[in-house]
Design a protein around this ligand. Sequence first.
Ligand code: ATP
Length: 373
Amino acid sequence: RKRVGILTSGGDSSGMNAAVRAITRYSIYKNCIPYAIFDGYDGLVEGGSKIREYGWENVRGFLAVGGTSIGSARCLIFREREGRLKAAYNLIKNGIDALIIIGGDGSLTGANILRTEWKGLLDELVQKGKLQESECSVLRNNLTIVGLVGSIDNDMSLTDITIGAYTSLHRICESLDSLTSTALSHQRAFVVEVMGRHCGWLALMAAIAVGADWVFLPERPPPTVESTFEDWETEMCNRLLEQRKLGSKKTLVIVCEGAIDRHLKPIKPEYIKQVIDKRCGLDTRVTTLGHVQRGGTPCAFDRILATLQGVQSVEAVLKSTPDTPAPMIGMSQNKITSVPLMKAVELTHAVGKAISEKNFKLAMELRDPDFNA
Ligand code: ATP
């Protein structure tokens, strides 16, 4: 019977628990033995009680719980061979020959490195007398790795969406709606920083969902190439003032935390506030949403996505061969997909996740009085 280790790693995201539940239960259904590995790679390196067989009941109630109940961590030692040697030892001692990792690109890269080094790590453990050859012979040929992308940022290439992104977007929209009420009451301007690091998906989608007046994305450093303005400050202020002239009683500007200008200089909310204060004469406040955006109760979409992908990841474990590259379970055009994990990671590092130009235009130009002209 195949023994399947499950771990969540990197930043938590809502829906990770639904994935752990689906993997646990579908593994049992398929006559495999699921193991929960607690606190990400920390647990894999530490072993002992951090690696536990999981039963059907262990994941009861997991669907509606945000974050990850089996814990996550950023584990420095796993980045070194020494850490991965300990991880390999613990996997062999527990007889685990497949690992399903739910995390971001770093976590999936780490898993793939473990798989690449697998035979060498076992040789070293035998040579050092930590393991008997007989203990690892069955598992020597292959460590199966399957990745699921858990990330609020939706920053991975080769998948349309990642587990947790929509829940985060819901929280952001709720917060922006609350700010809009107070902005309207006092005719204020709000500059709101949202998460996403170098990926503007959350910021862009939030801008569309609440009808923001302006949005700053890392992928579209202003002033954009098509812009007739020398600097984004003038372009933005003109637009904000136009909106006010048209009768708008509030101003909402969204900034992705990794936003930059055309010269690659970071654009910070405080600076935007000063520009709006001074040049538009509006009472302007800055709000940084921070960690509330990580989620809480997962939305229905994330529960469903994580469940479907969790089931698919167990299928991928059962189908895997030593010669096929480790897969990443994603979603494309509303269908669950399987793509080579490292291809997705490499593409993410090389070009980043593509932002839809059409959506960017829509977010910016729906505010433009000439939009329908
Ligand atoms: P998030 O998108 O939330 O940041 P992530 O998975 O990209 O998620 P990282 O902090 O990059 O988050 O990685 C999580 C863990 O994965 C690290 O703490 C480390 O243990 C492991 N890891 C990341 N990169 C590597 C690597 N190149 N080699 C080995 N292990 C790695």
